[in-house]
Design a protein around this ligand. Structure first.
Ligand SMILES: Nc1nc2c(ncn2[C@@H]2O[C@H](COP(=O)(O)OP(=O)(O)OP(=O)(O)O)[C@@H](O)[C@H]2O)c(=O)[nH]1
Ligand SMILES: [Zn+2]
Length: 187
């Protein structure tokens, strides 16, 4: 949020309101530019953050099987239309040499990564790459399911259509059985 120019956002929103034929001076819209600027500061607060920070603190626990945190809710803003997309992330990894992350940090990594103009594919790979780099696990498998408002409220208008993206790293890249194990845990 440090770099965010709230005043500039406010001016831009006033211009958009004028451009669509609204009257930014009418009572209901008077505070709208300010509110939208505040909202953008919140929904884009991940812009100056690196999700790798959440994996700087690790624990040592002799666990050499899967850790799966599933159904992590998230919302983001599609970088093509600046409207929301939202859904759930599921993150599985197999620790190497007992190096495990705090469970909440997986959710924090998703949230921070989502809080910028984004693509679903990029959220998926950014989280997987951050975990590979910081935890050096045997493997990471990230699955994200989301609904894109740009496909719901405009354009093709297909409410309910879900996009699923997966990124497999390490052992999950080549091991069908390990991937199937995660998919069965998600059922
Ligand atoms: N790959 C990918 N595409 C996305 C994502 N979010 C939105 N899109 C797509 O981005 C594309 C932009 O296409 P364009 O043809 O440049 O824009 P448009 O004319 O508004 O496209 P329509 O949505 O088809 O009306 C659309 O097909 C969207 O569905 C995302 O997270 N990943
Ligand atoms: Zn879009």
């Amino acid at each position: 949020m440090s770099q965010m120019d709230l005043e500039k956002i406010e001016k831009a929103i006033t211009m958009i309101l004028e451009a669509v034929g609204e009257d930014p001076g009418r009572e209901g819209l008077l505070d709208t530019p300010k509110r939208v600027a505040k909202m953008y500061a919140e929904v884009f607060e991940g812009l100056d953050k690196d999700p790798r920070q959440y994996f700087e603190t690790v624990f040592h626990e002799n666990h050499d099987e899967v850790v799966l945190v599933k159904d992590i809710p998230f919302h983001s803003m599609c970088e093509h239309h600046l409207v929301p997309f939202f859904g759930h992330a599921h993150i599985a990894y197999i620790p190497r040499n007992g190096v495990v992350a705090g469970l909440s940090k997986l959710a924090r990594a998703v949230e921070t990564t989502a809080k910028r103009p984004q693509l679903q594919e990029r959220i998926t790979s950014t989280v997987a790459n951050a975990m590979m780099e910081m935890l050096n696990p045997i493997g990471v498998y990230v699955i994200i399911e989301a609904e894109h408002m740009c496909m719901t409220m405009r354009g093709i208008k297909k409410p309910g259509a879900k996009t699923v993206t997966t990124v497999a790293r390490g052992i999950y890249e080549h091991d069908d059985v390990k991937r199937a194990e995660i998919l069965s845990l998600l059922k």
